[in-house]
Design a protein around this ligand. Structure first.
Ligand code: ACO
Length: 305
């Protein structure tokens, strides 16, 4: 449990394992200052091993998710101070390297303006849900830099080439709905439902075996730029990692999932995870027998001729 209070970020840890990390500079539209980055680096590092946190939701206080880098504090005030600039830049990697391969699932909940450098933590979170009317913009071209910090690469990987070029070069805004169509966020919802829909996704993820989920999200990330051969080896190793991590909690997802399906007919993987996936508690019996088990019992055995 994090006890410390921060000046630019609010951390709200719920009993169900969901931790809300809220960017809290609403008067500056949650622009990212060096202090903000230092706090976020510390928070995300601590939460990664905090046993009360199973999933992190990132969002912004007020009308903005994040207005990107703070033009005054991150850029102008660090000019001519290479050490300060380097520290701010290193701390700002909570959004990229750290989030990209984070040990726990992360969701960005885009509640309003998502500008420039904010694309990084919107995209590098594992999932993103936006309000329909959120406003996205690569504003860099309008004030004199290119979308750096890997944003140009990220939008090129994510968007169609035409869209990446268009929005990077015009700086035109697009809405949450358009962001969903372009693949920048998973989906958008009316603002009044944003929190509810984000929590619904979070709770769905929390029902999964966390070791399987972790390995799966890492596999999706890491194999993107691997050769076929390297990806095959990586995936084999990751599969083995699930077993090692599960064994540490006295569990075997693979054996348990198959047992509950084949022997107990307790669940259907198409519709839900096996019983006990989340907490690793192996049950004698899984859940309720599924329909096919009930049908089998009712069907009289055929008489031998
Ligand atoms: N850096 C520093 N201060 C900012 C930033 C920012 N990125 N964004 C907003 N603010 C500050 C404003 O200076 C203002 O502060 P002040 O009241 O002390 O003058 C306050 O936030 C409110 O800003 P407004 O412009 O009055 O708010 P409004 O809701 O009308 O507009 C908007 C919000 C659209 C986000 C506008 O502020 C804006 O265009 N901001 C710049 C966004 C930007 O270009 N970010 C950099 C992206 S590039 C990168 O991140 C690498």
């Amino acid at each position: 449990m994090l006890k410390k209070k921060y000046s630019c970020v609010k951390v709200d840890q719920q009993k169900d394992g969901i931790t809300w990390v809220t960017f809290n500079r609403p008067e500056k539209r949650n622009a990212m200052s060096p202090t903000f980055h230092a706090e976020m680096m510390e928070i995300m590092t601590l939460l990664e091993t905090d046993s009360d946190t199973k999933l992190v939701i990132l969002t912004g206080e007020g009308v903005s998710y994040s207005a990107g880098q703070d033009l005054k504090e991150y850029f102008r005030e660090t000019d001519g101070k290479p050490e300060v600039k380097a520290k701010a830049s290193a701390d700002s990697r909570w959004r990229s390297e750290k989030l990209w391969m984070y040990s726990k699932p992360t969701i960005s909940m885009v509640n309003g303006f998502c500008i420039g450098g904010a694309f990084t933590h919107c995209i590098c979170a594992d999932f993103s849900v936006a309000s329909d009317d959120a406003i996205f913009c690569l504003s860099e071209v309008n004030w004199g830099i290119l979308p750096g910090g890997m944003v140009s690469k990220m939008v090129t990987d994510l968007f169609r080439q035409r869209d990446a070029m268009f929005y990077a070069c015009t700086g035109r805004t697009f809405t949450g709905k358009e962001a969903a169509n372009m693949g920048m966020v998973n989906y958008s919802v009316p603002k009044k439902n944003l929190r509810k829909e984000t929590l619904k996704l979070a709770k769905e993820l929390l029902e999964k075996n966390p070791n399987v989920l972790r390995a799966t999200k890492h596999a999706i990330r890491a194999t993107q730029d691997m050769s076929w051969r390297a990806a095959a080896d990586y995936l084999n190793a990751k599969g083995a990692e699930i077993k090692i991590r599960d064994a540490a909690r006295g569990h075997d997802a693979y054996a348990e999932g198959i047992r509950q399906f084949i022997d107990e007919k307790a669940y259907r993987p198409v519709f839900s995870p096996y019983v006990g996936a989340a907490d690793g508690k192996t049950t004698e019996k899984g859940g309720k027998p599924r329909a096919s088990a009930a049908r089998k019992k009712k069907t009289p055995a055929k008489k031998k001729k």
